[in-house]
Design a protein around this ligand. Sequence first.
Ligand code: ZN
Ligand code: FE
Length: 253
Amino acid sequence: MTLEIVTVPCRADNYAYLVKGPDGTCIIDAPDAAPIIATADRLGWTPGVLMITHHHGDHTEGTAALRDRYGLKVMGPKAEEDKLPPLDMALTEGMNGGNGEAYTVPLDVPGHTLGHMAFHFPNAAAIFTADSLMAWGCGRVFEGTMEMMHATMQKLAALPPETMIYSGHEYTLGNMKFALSLEPDNPALLKRAEKVKAQRERGEATVPVSLAEELETNPFLRCNTAELQKAVGMEGASPEAVFAEVRGRKDRF
Ligand code: ZN
Ligand code: FE
């Protein structure tokens, strides 16, 4: 059986996901319970697990209502356990679980928060990255260091390029404007811009997106390329230094 993944828009610009595999359905993040419950009801799915990526309220505030409704098991990063709703299972990297396409590999992706995790489904070529690697961007570095977030980007960049990235927000048009401000003539960026503008005009989510497309267009994954280094006037600089510069520019953009 193939993994079925449904994107659930929540709040102003958050995404939760419903993931149905051979052994049941899980929810990725709980921005808000109502739209998640409405979607699951419509599909006739009964979630048994909620997996939380990090402690920010826009990823956790629906947790209690989802637990009440479904009696589900709540899992989240052990490193953020003291800031999360009560967990039934505190996750660390290496606690892989599930079967077939639902086989799940929790990965540490710190930077945005110190304990942020992503949930990789290698047999389904999917990863839920929330506010680490985002479609055409990356999360703001709130708790970690620039070096830490750069290492997280490199860790995710090393996954198979066909992996589909499911991130936590619809920020893609803003990320597009920033990327184009650095490289206004890059044909790969211009091509992606047409695609995401059309998606948003149709009211569609711009996620998921393949890692291959991110590697070609996302400035935060291209800090080692001559093209991007030239665009920010840092030819020959270390990728870490370029990342810090690019992330800083995005913060001020
Ligand atoms: Zn966040
Ligand atoms: Fe968020």
